[in-house]
Design a protein around this ligand. Sequence first.
Ligand code: NAD
Length: 312
Amino acid sequence: MQYFDATQTADRLDYPVLIPALRSGMAAEASVPPRQHYSLDPGGEATLLVMPAWNREFLGVKLVDVFPGNARHGLPALSSVYVLADGTTGQHLALVDGGELTRRRTVATAALGTSLLAPEDARVHLIVGTGHIGGAVYDAYRAVRPGIATTLVADPHNPAGAEALAERLTRRGADAAAVEDLPSAVGRADIVTTATLAREPVLRDEWIRPGTHLDLIGSFRPEMHEVEPSLLGRAMVFVDNDVARTEAGEIATALARRVLTEGDIAATLPELCARPAPRPRTDGEITVFKTVGTGLTDLIAAVTVFAGRDPA
Ligand SMILES: NC(=O)c1ccc[n+]([C@@H]2O[C@H](COP(=O)([O-])OP(=O)(O)OC[C@H]3O[C@@H](n4cnc5c(N)ncnc54)[C@H](O)[C@@H]3O)[C@@H](O)[C@H]2O)c1
């Protein structure tokens, strides 16, 4: 069995390879049972998450250990690995670094949303959130919208993080700038990507102008919101999978307030990927793609790492 550490995993998950792999893999038949959470101590702090998925060729499971108390020992709270096996024999093939796998498949999924839904002539991209995930967004979007000329970076919770990311991108030759005036940045942007831990919306409904596309990565619990739920009432809404209806705060709250009905969710990512061509946009429409993550994108990314291995 081969082991791929974080560097090897990153090397094999180039976005121009990973994003098309996600598009074809999401359209194919697969089984993705709900992820399981296990509390490991009486206080319920330490958690084991188990995320399985399989298709005709491969099966795999992501194991994520969350030990929030680790900061006391100077250790990261999260430790994650992906175990990949042959789907016809069950023989184990590879262990893949789960942190890098998750980071890359997450921003690649958001970029896939943009490639299928956002205006083709988008010129200005706003990234909100500059953590582990937000820091990887730029590279993934370059693979699907190379025409983006300007990248704006905001982090209302950590403005220094926005300065640092904009500086890193500028050093790499991008036209990037940190912004603090969010309403005006949102007004300039053709595409907005959010990757924050916000509970209260960082983006107000009234700031979003017609014609904008948004990819929302951050919220994964009903109490977390990156945009005001009312926005969803005037947007075309897409989700990476149906779990987003209950797990993503924006969607769950919009449904509970009846701003959105179940029937208003236009399509899931597998449905979008199964179409022969990206859906045409209508003039002035706002599109929202909400991703909460699915075990199928982990499986596809792990297979991509394994398939790109050095010859034995
Ligand atoms: N959709 C998916 O598949 C997927 C996968 C991995 C992570 N995520 C989610 O993406 C989000 C970001 O993850 P990360 O690993 O980059 O985290 P991180 O801790 O590295 O970064 C968090 C970011 O959110 C900002 N932030 C923190 N608290 C905030 C608040 N109250 N209001 C506004 N901004 C706030 C921080 O300044 C930072 O920019 C998390 O919610 C995470 O669960 C989603």
